[in-house]
Design a protein around this ligand. Structure first.
Ligand code: FES
Ligand SMILES: [Fe+2]
Length: 359
């Protein structure tokens, strides 16, 4: 179960360039397109005539035209015309709240009357020319909470991402997790280590030596409904680590918008925002390529984990100290689900029952 009264990233603007996009989000089949004046519109992906997906149609003068028999929809979800027919009595389809900001199209899959733009996750870097962003989208067949677990416990980097960002010192530096209101923060700091290949590339990209000891940090922040922003970076050792001056470090924010599609699949919008060399488009492309490969490594692990959980629904899982970030994030989601729907997400898809603390 997922929170519906929240803003989720639905797509990137290029995905609705000149054509409608059909995408299921939180179990809702939605068609996105640019209506009159170019504003984003989100409607039920269901033609009131015979139920064809409206996303198979096309946009003409800001109106969505069904690709089956030509029914034309207004942005309000009401049929506006159809060749040879009077459409006044046609039932409307649902309109969802949607808007475009920070380089993303956002949708509110729940009660549109509660959709307040002020509740959007703030992304100040997205509107600041001192920052650059590159990212992508993966479709992954797993419960959205498995991806939250993954991002809130980066010990997996040592194993899943051994050739890029993994290193044994991650295992040796225990994370600290705190919950503040709806936010959960897991942080880890490593000192006087060598930079793994991805971070060597980033140091070079910022004109810094890549073969000297560094201090490294990872600060993972979960916020509802399912966003994880991770401050990551390395600084030449002994210059203040996280607080080192800009000329001594390469740091960035790993951006993770996890949009549930169904109970067992997600649209994963990943990316990296950085505030060094923002005009270096080649560097943006190199970082994006490296990050895309890294997240593709998570994809197989998460899908196979989901298959196991579905095959053995009665099996108990452990909660170790490294799992605290994911566990506390799920608690926040469950509390908000009770407020929104009167019940928590439950254990049907991801059964966590037995608890064993690690020493
Ligand atoms: S199903 Fe859409 S016009 Fe007929
Ligand atoms: Fe990963």
């Amino acid at each position: 179960m997922f929170l519906k009264n929240a803003w989720y990233v639905a797509c990137t603007p290029d995905e609705i360039d000149g054509k409608p996009l059909g995408r299921k989000i939180c179990g809702e089949s939605i068609v996105f397109y640019r209506g009159e004046g170019g504003a984003v519109v989100a409607l039920e992906d269901f033609c009131p005539h015979r139920g064809a997906p409206l996303s198979l149609g096309f946009v003409r003068d800001g109106r969505l035209v069904c690709g089956y028999h030509g029914l034309e929809m207004g942005c309000d979800g009401k049929a506006s015309s159809m060749p040879g027919q009077r459409v006044g009595g046609f039932p409307p389809v649902r309109r969802y709240a949607a808007l475009e900001r920070y380089g993303f199209v956002w949708v509110w899959p729940g009660d549109a009357s509660q959709a307040d733009p002020a509740k959007l996750h703030p992304l100040p870097w997205a509107e600041d020319p001192a920052w650059a962003y590159g990212g992508g989208l993966y479709h992954i067949r797993c419960d959205y909470r498995l991806m939250i677990d993954n991002l809130m416990d980066l010990t997996h980097e040592t194993y899943v991402h051994a050739s890029s960002i993994g290193q044994k010192e991650i295992d040796e530096a225990p994370p600290k997790t705190v919950s503040q209101g709806d936010e959960v923060v897991t942080s880890r700091f490593m000192h006087n280590i060598s930079a793994p290949p991805f971070w060597q590339m980033a140091l070079r990209g910022n004109g810094l030596a890549d073969d000297v000891p560094v201090d490294r940090w990872q600060i993972c922040r979960f916020t509802p409904p399912s966003h994880v922003m991770i401050e990551v970076g390395v600084a030449h050792a002994g210059h203040g680590g996280y607080d080192a001056p800009a000329g001594r470090k390469a740091s960035s924010v790993v951006v993770d918008f996890i949009t549930p599609e169904t109970e067992t699949s997600i649209w994963y919008f990943w990316g990296m925002a950085r505030n060094f060399q923002p005009d270096d488009t080649d560097l943006t492309a190199r970082i994006r390529e490296g990050q895309g490969k890294i997240f593709a490594e998570d994809l197989e692990m998460l899908e196979r984990q989901q298959q196991n959980l579905l095959a053995w629904p009665e099996r108990s899982l452990l909660k170790l100290n490294i799992d605290a970030g994911g566990v506390l994030s799920r608690k926040v989601i469950d509390r908000l689900l009770v407020e929104e729907r009167g019940q928590p997400a439950g254990r049907t898809i991801v059964p966590i029952t037995a608890v064993k603390e690690s020493s």
